[in-house]
Design a binder for this molecule. Structure first.
Ligand code: CU
Length: 66
């Protein structure tokens, strides 16, 4: 089951890649879809705590479930 989270601070494909890699470092089998237009990250295979840790650790701002 996938969950969509609000993440602020992502401005380009490089940011999106950083967030994706950070989430996959926490949960290697996770599937990650990032939409810069809506500032959301949709994740399947990781829990909210893992996503928050990854996003915050990568220097972006995790804002909870979208
Ligand atoms: Cu960027």
């Amino acid at each position: 089951m996938s969950t969509t989270y609000k993440v602020s601070g992502m401005t380009c494909g490089g940011c999106a890649r950083s967030v994706e890699q950070a989430i996959k470092a926490e949960a290697p089998s996770a599937s990650v879809t990032i939409d810069l237009g809506t500032a959301t990250v949709t994740v399947d295979g990781a829990d909210a705590a893992q996503v928050k840790k990854a996003v915050d650790g990568a220097g972006f701002d995790f804002q909870g479930v979208a």
